[in-house]
Design a binder for this molecule. Structure first.
Ligand SMILES: [Zn+2]
Ligand SMILES: [Zn+2]
Length: 422
């Protein structure tokens, strides 16, 4: 009798439908010869125009059944095409990930029809013939997982996006110290290959913000992503240490409220934290039938006009839509203020970045850049791949995998849509 390993009926196929040669837009399929399929992430390509539709890779069969779609973490380049996924395909992800995905959909007035099943870190679950073990790791998204999938005697480890220098670094390091055994394929991200993006720790950033808040006479305006919860925590802690008050917008307030049950995170109502209630945001909440949230935030809210008083008190969130509301209320930057871009420097070159940067330049405010990458450094990527000791490493989620391969174990380079037998 054949063992499962050489029985063609138990063959396992891996197809990276998208992300072998780009950062994000991940869509990966594992299938068995007896017709079972599991999909890892259905990400929206980062460069896709906002109104572009029908972006699921053509090589993904939408007609057949799927045992489950696993979402590694709540970043658009990993879940952003869920609305195009057949409604009958079940979704598996962390409970906080589901909250954040539903929150983002609600902003666009949409509701996903899919059945969501939540998983727990370290607990294996059975999805058809696939045994799936999610493992919480460190990334700039809240609730990010690596996933180990076992089927017909084969083991695949999907890295999702990860790093070792955020507030959850211990989780990634623990996994590196005690890696899963006998992994056949490691599907690993390589975002930072070929770049020298800063990978300082969130703790170091906190110190840098403390220095900046202390040395600034006026307001400190900061542009950061509402979903980068580590950064919100860092800014809040720096405010506590310097006696300043962090001013977040309604969307960030909603994110923190949604996550309140998942950890000891700052939320509206806490000291040194205020929500700026601006007219455009309040209108948007009314339009999508969620005015109740605006009312719920009212006791913790301040009008934008308040930011023009006692400037030494405020650390203010900034983005183009907020600027449009700040200006009519008399909030304009001046030479006593400092502004800080706390996102990837590359985004400064896009339309939003240029608009924000011009506003402060016109006001004569000094610029600062305090940020750290959401992804592992090239040297950590190498250590991680070697620690996992997989038979084959399949590179994904990177643009420099063909230039920067020294120090990585046995690479199997795939093209998008090219099936591989494991
Ligand atoms: Zn990603
Ligand atoms: Zn990510």
């Amino acid at each position: 009798m054949n063992s499962p390993r050489d029985n063609p009926k138990s063959e396992v196929h891996l197809t990276v439908h998208r992300a072998t040669h780009q950062i994000g837009g991940n869509c990966i399929e594992l299938s068995t010869a007896d017709g079972h399929r599991i999909i890892l992430d259905v990400g929206r390509p980062l460069e896709a125009p906002q109104d572009a539709r029908h972006l699921l890779p053509k090589s993904l069969d939408l007609a057949g059944a799927v045992d489950g779609v696993l979402i590694s973490h709540p970043h658009q380049d990993h879940y952003g095409l869920l609305e195009d996924v057949p409604a009958g395909w079940p979704i598996y992800c962390g409970a906080a990930t589901e909250r954040l995905i539903r929150l983002s959909s609600a902003i666009f007035g949409k509701e996903l029809p899919h059945a969501f099943h939540s998983w727990k870190s370290g607990h294996a679950l059975q999805i058809g013939p696939f045994t799936v073990t999610p493992m919480l790791i460190d990334h700039s998204a809240f609730d990010a997982y690596m996933v180990l999938i076992e089927v017909h005697g084969k083991r695949v480890l999907y890295s999702g996006d990860f790093r070792t220098h955020g507030r959850k670094s211990a989780l990634t390091k623990r996994l590196m110290a005690a890696p899963p055994k006998n992994v056949d394929v490691l599907l690993m991200e390589g975002t930072n290959l070929g770049s020298d993006k800063p990978c300082t720790t969130e703790g170091d950033l906190e110190d840098a913000f403390v220095d900046l808040f202390r040395s600034t006479a006026g307001r400190v305006f900061v542009a950061w992503s509402a979903q980068n919860v580590d950064r919100t925590v860092t800014l809040y802690r720096a405010c506590l240490k310097t006696g300043r008050t962090l001013v977040i917008d309604l969307y960030t307030a909603e994110v923190m409220e949604a996550l309140a049950g998942f950890g000891k995170l700052p939320r509206p109502g806490w000291k040194n934290l205020k929500v700026v209630v601006t007219s455009a945001f309040a209108r948007m909440y009314r339009r999508t039938g969620r005015e109740a949230f605006v009312e719920q935030m009212a006791p913790h809210g301040i009008p934008a006009a308040k930011l023009a008083e006692t400037p030494e008190r405020w650390v203010v969130m900034v983005r183009p839509s907020l600027i449009r509301d700040y200006v009519p209320k008399g909030v304009t930057p001046n030479a006593d203020d400092v502004w800080c871009w706390s996102m990837w420097r590359g985004y400064l070159g896009n339309e939003d970045g240029a608009l924000v940067s011009k506003w402060f330049k016109d006001g004569g405010s000094r610029a600062d850049h305090i940020h750290t990458s959401g992804h592992a450094s090239p040297s950590v990527l190498r250590s991680f791949a070697n620690a996992m000791n997989a038979k084959q490493l399949v590179p994904i989620h990177g643009v420099a995998w063909d230039e920067d391969t020294t120090g990585f174990p046995s690479i199997r380079r795939l093209a998008d849509g090219e099936p591989m037998v494991i």
